[in-house]
Design a protein around this ligand. Structure first.
Ligand code: LLP
Length: 432
């Protein structure tokens, strides 16, 4: 079918995705060709976009002792992990499952840090066995249990305490983590005592201090405030005779979903390092845990328009991707731009883009101006972070396939999940 030229829509903040000759390309490849070969829904990632997002942090830390631990919860597909591991990153993990993935991707265990409020004894043992670099501990009971587990194994667990600095990250309440009312971290005024406790536990070795104030942060000021409050604590902890080898400032930097204007990673770190230098900690080993900002705008989800359902109050455009593939709109009312892969000339009308799942919450975008016909391909933007890693099998829908592109080469990095894959662990009733 011949498509007449139409103006190219804007993709927010997606380097390496662009329209050429009326069709969306990822690096050197037409997105439509990938969809034809692998079917839809299909996650398509640009490896170059991931590496250029990483390069901004690396520029920011040039000449410093710093380790970038990619927060793999954002996208834990093995080939994505390998991309960052092979570029020198460590990994921030939050479960035994993520530990196994991290090791499978070939990370050096000493570059792994383990965050999370509810580590089990089995997870602690597995991480000690692997020889990870640091446990980011979030409570006093966790300190005691970790010491006990490590002592029983004849080891000492390297620990850092996650401080809740009580600063407002000015983001969605579900992804704000550094306020007093959050479940995360140890309250600022209880931290010194917790360090004293940690320092005398036999199974622990205090190595650092840690914080994370939230996610999709688009301003510098919460970071600057958090840094000040953390450095106040470092002063006090070291005055008490406990040495900290590293300071971990967490992740959280936002991306452009809808005209958002977060600072660039190198600009943010220029400001933060100036503050660190001014307070005399510029030579300290630094860790960070970025997730979304490394992968979010390096990926799209390609979906096919299935039916048009114009209505009296609303027009619904039913597509083959759904809340099980892209849960962020349903969970946080998050905005993801939705653009046609091959834009049509002519007038657009307003559509609610929805999936086939049996829930009114199964929407991907509301009131989107699109000129679309059944069979057209659409790209749901900013789908590299917290989409595949949060996907589910709701409605017995298989997880989508994933393709990673570098230059003019594409690799299928996750085959589409089959119904057999889903049924494999289940057993038919055998009780008679
Ligand atoms: N470190 C810790 C301890 C974290 O809890 C998180 C994210 C990160 C690092 C990485 O944060 P990032 O750089 O990606 O902002 N599912 C939500 C986001 C949840 C973030 C949870 N913690 C979403 O889709 O917006």
């Amino acid at each position: 079918m011949a498509l007449s030229p139409a103006p190219a829509p804007r993709l927010p903040g997606h380097p390496h995705f662009a329209y050429q000759d009326g069709a969306l390309r990822v690096e050197g490849l037409p997105v439509a060709d990938l969809a034809r070969e692998h079917g839809t829904p299909l996650f398509v990632y640009s490896q170059t976009a991931m590496l250029s997002a990483l390069a901004a942090y690396q520029r920011g830390f040039a000449g410093r002792q710093a380790l970038i631990c990619y927060a793999m919860k954002a996208n834990s597909s093995l080939a994505v992990l390998q991309t960052f591991v092979q570029a020198g990153c460590g990994l921030d993990i939050v479960s035994g499952g993520e530990l196994a993935r991290a090791l499978r991707a070939g990370v050096a265990p000493e570059k792994v840090i383990f965050s999370g409020v509810g580590k089990t004894r089995a997870e602690m043992r597995a991480a000690l066995e692997a020889g990870i670099g640091c446990f980011n501990v979030e409570s006093l009971p966790e300190l005691d249990v970790l010491s006990e587990v490590a002592t029983a194994m004849g080891r000492r667990a390297p620990v850092s305490l996650r401080v809740n600095p009580d600063v407002d990250a000015k983001t969605h309440p579900y992804i704000s983590t550094g306020l007093k009312g959050n479940k995360f971290g140890i309250a600022h005024d209880a931290v010194l005592q917790a360090y004293r406790h940690a320092a005398q536990l036999p199974g622990l070795k205090v190595v650092g201090i840690d914080c994370h104030i939230g996610s999709q942060i688009t301003e510098m000021s919460p970071y600057l405030d958090a840094m000040d409050r953390i450095l106040d604590l470092v002063d006090a902890i070291e005055a008490a005779g406990i040495t900290l080898e590293h300071i971990d400032f967490g992740g959280g930097l936002g991306i452009d979903y809808q005209g958002d204007t977060p600072p660039a990673a190198d600009a943010l770190w220029q400001a933060l390092l100036a503050q660190l230098d001014a307070r005399g900690y510029g030579q300290r080993r630094l860790l960070i845990e970025p997730g979304r900002s490394l992968v979010g705008n390096a990926g799209i989800c390609v979906t096919e328009a299935v039916f048009l359902k114009p209505g009296e109050q609303k027009n619904f455009l039913v597509v083959d991707a759904a809340m099980n593939d892209l849960p962020r709109p349903a969970m946080y009312e998050a905005y993801h731009a939705i653009v046609p892969v091959q834009p049509r000339a002519g007038e657009a009308s307003a559509w609610d883009v929805v999936g086939p799942v049996c829930e009114s919450g199964d929407w991907l975008g509301r009131d989107r101006a699109l000129n679309v016909q059944p069979g057209d391909l659409l790209a749901v933007c900013s789908a590299g972070a917290y989409c595949m890693s949060m996907s589910s099998n709701y409605n017995t829908r298989g997880r989508a396939a994933e393709v990673l592109v570098r230059g003019d080469r594409a690799q299928l990095i996750r085959a589409r999940e089959t119904v057999d894959d889903q049924l494999r662990q289940e057993r038919l009733l055998a009780l008679g």
